[in-house]
Design a protein around this ligand. Structure first.
Ligand SMILES: C[S@@+](CC[C@H](N)C(=O)[O-])C[C@H]1O[C@@H](n2cnc3c(N)ncnc32)[C@H](O)[C@@H]1O
Length: 216
């Protein structure tokens, strides 16, 4: 079930070279509710103008417009991803929109090391694709200032009637998105942040798990 970093690299090499296809795949994954759900995930962070926020496994930068609205041009986005091709597409998006307050970092999220403390951290459809996802979550929480928030959006297999399609969905997303649906990401986040809450959307196929880092 678990895919290697090499698999993620190969998979996203392809998507990064075809950002329009990737966008279409996202529209399908979010069942047409993409903007609404990305915006909700960002709202959970309660960011202020001037804040610094981490977009972990940022992909082609589909969260940027919501993050830019939240932190403003005097704030900063740290866009972190393993795939050079996804980052190239993200940089192109930033250039086209004149967003010059984004720092792009290539690396493995499990080895994340930032030279600044951050005011918020999020990841959308990223943690499920990161092979060592627990380490990545821990590093993101470590980088967060006390009393600030982390918000994780991810997908899960449908329940009820639609679960008849689960073998197909699991196969497609495993092979084409390095998706590991067996991870219990809300629980893994709760191990780090005990006040984690989880809200589910789109017939429970998308969830947002979020919480506040408490002072020790
Ligand atoms: C499904 S995409 C999500 C992209 C973006 N967050 C979004 O919402 O569209 C998964 C992303 O995780 C990245 N990724 C996978 N493993 C990673 C790792 N170990 N460290 C950093 N990024 C990783 C991939 O390169 C890819 O861009």
């Amino acid at each position: 079930m678990k895919y290697s970093l090499e698999h993620a690299k190969k998979t996203y090499h392809l998507w990064g070279r075809h950002p329009l296809w990737y966008k279409i795949a996202c529209t399908v994954t979010f069942l047409g509710q993409e903007s609404k759900l990305r915006k909700l995930m960002v709202e959970k962070l309660e960011l202020k103008q001037g804040d610094t926020v981490l977009d972990l496994a940022c992909g082609t930068g589909l969260n940027f417009q919501f993050l830019e609205n939240a932190v403003g041009s005097n704030g900063k986005i740290i866009a972190f991803d393993y795939s050079n091709e996804m980052l190239t597409a993200a940089k192109q998006r930033a250039k086209e929109n004149n967003w010059d307050n984004i720092d792009f970092i290539q690396g493995d999220a499990a080895q994340l090391s930032l030279n600044t403390k951050i005011d918020g951290a999020l990841s959308s459809l990223g943690i499920s694709a990161i092979p060592q996802h627990k380490e990545a979550l821990k590093k993101a929480v470590d980088a967060l200032k006390n009393n600030r928030k982390i918000s994780i959006l991810d997908a899960q297999l449908p329940l009820g009637f639609w679960s008849i399609f689960n073998p197909l969905i699991a196969y497609v997303y495993k092979h084409w998105a390095s998706w590991d649906y067996t991870k219990n990401i809300p629980e893994d986040l709760r191990q780090l942040i005990s006040n984690t809450k989880t809200k589910r959307y789109n017939g429970k196929t998308i969830y947002i798990a979020y919480g506040t880092k408490s002072a020790p």
